[in-house]
Design a protein around this ligand. Structure first.
Ligand code: IMP
Ligand code: MG
Length: 201
C-alpha cells in the first residue's frame, strides 16, 4: 500500500469503511422468477382493462418512486393503453435497515399534488403488508380525486389487515422476497431484467 493510501486511511477511516461495505445478499442468492417478456404481456393485458374501465376519461398516474419506475414506464407505453395520461410522482420508503423487513413509512411529495376531481391510478411496485399503499391512499384521498385505483407489479398472497388487494395487480406471487424490475434489496438490483426470487423460500 503506498504512503498516500495509508495517510488517507488514517485521516478518513469511517468514510472509507462505509464505501467498502456491500450488501450481504448477492445476485447468487436469487433465481429468476418472471421473465421480462412475460411481464410486458401481463402489463399489456392490464392496460387493456385499465383503458376499458376509464373509457372517455383521462388518467393521472401517480408513480410511487422508486420501485414502480419500470412498471410505470412500460404501462404508459403499452400499445393497449388507450386513454390520455399525465404523470405525477411521490416517494415512499418503508423498509428498515436490514432491507428485507418492513419499517416505518416515509412519504414525500404528496402535498404538492392537486388531484381534485382527477381519475387517479396509483402505481407501486409491490403489495406486501399493505401499510405503504393504504398510507398513501389515506393521504391522496384527502385531495378528493374523482376516483382512485391501485396498480401494483406484484401482490403477495397473504392475509392483509389494511388493503386486501390492488385493483390491477400484474402478478400475484407467494410470500417471498423478490428483486429486479424496480424492486430493490438495500437499493441494489432495481436494474435487473425480470423479477428474481430469493432462493430457498
Ligand atoms: P408494504 O408496506 O409491506 O406493502 O411494503 C411495500 C413496500 O415494501 C414496497 O413498495 C417495496 O418497496 C417493499 N417491499 C415489500 N416486499 C418486497 C420484496 O419482496 N422485495 C423488495 N421490496 C419489497
Ligand atoms: Mg423498496
Amino acid at each position: 500500500m503506498n504512503h498516500r493510501v495509508i495517510l488517507a486511511l488514517c485521516i478518513f477511516p469511517a468514510p472509507i469503511y462505509c464505501m467498502e461495505r456491500t450488501a450481504d445478499l448477492t445476485i447468487n442468492d436469487f433465481e429468476p422468477l418472471i421473465y421480462q417478456e412475460v411481464i410486458q404481456e401481463n402489463i399489456d393485458k392490464k392496460a387493456e382493462e385499465i383503458s376499458r374501465d376509464h373509457e372517455g376519461k383521462s388518467l393521472t398516474i401517480v408513480m410511487v418512486m422508486k420501485g414502480a419506475i419500470h412498471l410505470v414506464s412500460d404501462l404508459m407505453r403499452s400499445k393497449n393503453l388507450k386513454v390520455p395520461v399525465t404523470l405525477e410522482c411521490i416517494q415512499a420508503s418503508s423498509y428498515g435497515q436490514n432491507g428485507t423487513e418492513p419499517g416505518t413509512l416515509n412519504l414525500f411529495g404528496a402535498d404538492r399534488l392537486n388531484l381534485k376531481d382527477k381519475h387517479v391510478l396509483l402505481v407501486d411496485d409491490i403489495l406486501d403488508t399493505g401499510e405503504t399503499l393504504s398510507g398513501i391512499i389515506k393521504q391522496l384521498s384527502k385531495q378528493m380525486p374523482a376516483s382512485l385505483k391501485t396498480c401494483v407489479l406484484l401482490q403477495k398472497s397473504k392475509k392483509r389487515k389494511n388493503l386486501e388487494h390492488a385493483d390491477y395487480p400484474i402478478f400475484t406471487i407467494s410470500d417471498a422476497f423478490v428483486i429486479g424490475y424496480g424492486l430493490d434489496y438495500k437499493e441494489q438490483f432495481r436494474n435487473l431484467h425480470g423479477i428474481w426470487i430469493k432462493k430457498g423460500k
